[in-house]
Design a protein around this ligand. Structure first.
Ligand SMILES: [Zn+2]
Length: 439
């Protein structure tokens, strides 16, 4: 009995304290990430809160009422990166509640949710602001890559720079963020791919903001990508570990304990980057998913092996074989998907390399070589590559030289001579040349 009585009085005291400020929380800061499709406002909290959110017109604003919290330091905006948010105001309401008002440039549709602590962050209240009656990101991607109806289409590579916004990814010993170097590398990759005849690249993430993992591959599907490349940089507690590695999806177990751990850590991105978790399930039935995934898996593995082989030529490799694990971002049912860890950002020399443009050009060049090789093997009928790869025929046009033709088909002048029994350099317009394989 005495024990219970003590407990009761403790609870009574606790309840009393609760009415005063002892139980109230604090808003520590406001961060804003502006992407091309939405603006995200994140309030950092020291505990889980109850809140209500509503919008008001003329002028457009979002009002967030949070129960029993105060503001540690006045919330402010970095105006250059504030997206649709023009101004932030806040004040005390009903004694110990907080009202935060986001004044907007334009009417926006808010979607809000709470996030539990993850990575370096504590509790967070996330408010995503979508422009009203805007095109969906998928529609925009589709428009950007709508193929020309006449002639042979390009093979499309969707490049996914890992992490972004709230989610910095791994952090190097001198403070380099994975999200920053992988975006720089992805841009380099995009530029190099766009210089390739018959190939075109689409960037899934174009700036410093977070995209949920599922949405990344959905965007690639909507862009009708022939290949999805997710670009990352690894980290390990032993800073001596370095080099690149290449992964494909496995839904049944991982090829190694390290691969399983890596997939788990990459999959945590959604918790750190911020995704509302009660999303609808996949509409595809699991049977259908399995069938198309088998085909995509074959191509994924082939592409991964081609990329791995080329990466081996330009730097140290961490894994000499393609590894498999259950990466969420690689779960596209019909787009062959490969994840490349371009090095260990936790290794000082990999970190330093990844920060230099020349190294990124080299790594991107190796990846493009692998992709080209894969596409020249697998490009379907109707693509420029299928029409122009080895074994195809070239009709000589006015102005063609053997050198130009060899370059276009990535073979050599001597091989063309040999395949067509030509001596010297004379070719006549209208003549049909057999294009041999290899250079
Ligand atoms: Zn990563």
């Amino acid at each position: 009995m005495p024990v219970i009585r003590t407990l009761q009085s403790l609870i009574a005291i606790a309840l009393l304290l609760g009415v005063t400020s002892a139980w109230s929380g604090e808003v520590r800061s406001l961060r804003v990430w502006a992407g091309p499709d939405s603006t995200r406002a994140v309030l950092d909290l020291d505990q889980k809160v109850d809140y209500r959110l509503f919008t008001l017109d003329d002028p457009a604003r979002v009002v967030i009422d949070i129960d029993r919290v105060s503001v540690e330091r006045a919330l402010s905006l970095d105006e250059e990166h504030s997206g649709v948010i023009r101004r932030v105001r806040h004040g005390v309401r009903d004694g110990d509640n907080l009202r935060v008002v986001l004044d907007l440039e334009d009417q926006a549709r808010p979607q809000s949710f709470l996030l539990a602590p993850a990575g370096e962050y504590g509790h967070r209240l996330v408010v995503d602001l979508y422009p009203e009656d805007a095109q969906s990101p998928q529609e925009r991607v589709r428009e950007a890559v709508e193929p020309a109806m006449d002639g042979e289409r390009d093979m499309i590579v969707a490049i996914d720079a890992g992490h972004g916004g709230e989610d910095p990814g791994a952090i190097g010993p001198s403070g380099t963020y994975e999200k920053t170097v992988v975006l720089a590398l992805s841009r380099e990759l995009q530029a190099q791919i766009n210089e390739e005849p018959g190939m075109r690249a689409v960037l899934i993430r174009t700036g410093d903001y977070y995209i949920p993992l599922e949405e990344r591959y959905e965007r690639a599907r909507k862009a009708r990508a022939d290949l999805f490349l997710s670009i990352h940089a690894d980290a390990f507690r032993d800073f001596r570990v370095r080099g690149s590695s290449v992964y494909v999806l496995s839904r049944r177990g991982a090829s190694s304990e390290a691969a399983r751990r890596l997939a788990n850590s990459e999959n945590r991105s959604d918790l750190v980057g911020g995704v509302k978790l009660d999303r609808e399930d996949d509409v595809l039935s699991s049977v259908l998913l399995d069938l198309s995934q088998n085909v995509a898996m074959e191509y994924s593995t082939e592409a991964a092996e081609a990329i791995l082989g080329q990466l081996a030529r330009v730097g140290k490799q961490h894994r000499e074989r393609v590894e498999r694990a259950n990466f969420v971002v690689l779960r596209s049912p019909d787009v062959p998907s490969v994840l490349v860890e371009v090095g260990f950002i936790s290794n000082p020399s990999d970190e330093a390399n990844l920060k230099t443009g020349s190294h990124r050009r080299q790594v991107a060049g190796a990846i493009v070589n692998g992709v080209r090789r894969h596409f020249f093997d697998t490009a379907p009928h109707g693509t420029w590559i299928a029409a122009n790869r080895a074994g195809s025929r070239h009709i000589v046009e006015r102005g063609d030289t053997l050198g130009v033709i060899a370059q276009r088909y990535r073979t050599s002048v001597s091989r063309i001579r040999q395949a067509n029994d030509i001596e010297g350099d004379t070719i006549h317009p209208g003549a049909v040349l057999v294009i041999p394989a290899g250079s």
